[in-house]
Design a protein around this ligand. Sequence first.
Ligand code: ADP
Ligand code: MG
Length: 335
Amino acid sequence: MLRSIPALAALCGLLLSASACSQQEVAKATFMPMGGIPFTIQAYDVSSATFDKAVTAIQAETERLESIFSFHRDDSELATLNREGQAKVSQELLRVIQVALMVSNSTDGAFDPTVGPLVGLWQHCADLGRVPTEEELESHKALVGFRQLLVNTAESKITLQKKNMTLDLGGVAKGFIADRAAETLKGLGVKRGIIDAGGNLALFNAVGEEPFRIGVRHPEKPNERFAVLTIDSGAVVTSGCYERFYDVDGKRYCHILDPRTGLPVGELLSATIVASEGAYADALATAVMVLGKDKGMQVINSLPDAKALLIWREGSELKYSISASLESKLELSAP
Ligand code: ADP
Ligand code: MG
């Protein structure tokens, strides 16, 4: 784990993922859960004893949540549900599935948590050094469909109606985990903090404090910033194809798939969503990557609690669009 306790937040604006302009002292720790995703905790004006306690509690809680949501671990609660096809589930799994389905419904299936068979197929084919065949795509697409995923809220029961259907919550769970970590900080009396779970930010601020200045990464240049958003609290989540992709014969295919075609998406370079709830913002960011720049912004504009910054390339130009209510909060970085 990388730690620096405490350092003055004089770094203001330098950090790529998140930073805040403040002369308050900030304690910072990074660990690498979930198969190596950088997870950073920042808390302002906190004693080192409280911060240590918070870091230990967040690590333990993140591990516990990983043992619920992991698609790859055979012993996770999700893996058990996928094997059995039906299960009474924890409140956490229920909530994440409910948010996932809400976003599936409002994006007409662009976000689909039942995309598991297609994700498995692309992974399998990439391991073999090839892309899936038409037949393979068709047979796996037939197993995908969020309308076959039934939720009985009163009994916390989930049913996968089709044989061999599998849920993959990789596009929604990290936002939930980031919110949980922020709750842990708040529960220990921290008034101002930032969680960054691999590009899924959860922010909370004390009354009267400066808002946070959040760096949005340049989608094509890993060490550069595209813009800064000034945000006071809530979730800021970015999805893109630049960090995780399938590599076949030196060609990169995005890890976000269009459930309707079974193919990797390609129009947007990145989608940043601002909303109150992490899981919701996370799922929407993935959905908008599938919907593309026009339909994606149209859907965001139709939702009450969501704003977006979308970035794409047109020839030699990098272009972006932003929700009207976010415009005054955006500062573009020098090209
Ligand atoms: P990251 O995990 O890199 O932050 P996302 O939040 O966009 O990115 O999630 C991508 C993951 O979501 C994929 O790795 C896969 O597990 C899953 N996924 C891919 N396509 C979809 C989709 N259309 N709907 C729901 N989940 C998806
Ligand atoms: Mg997502």
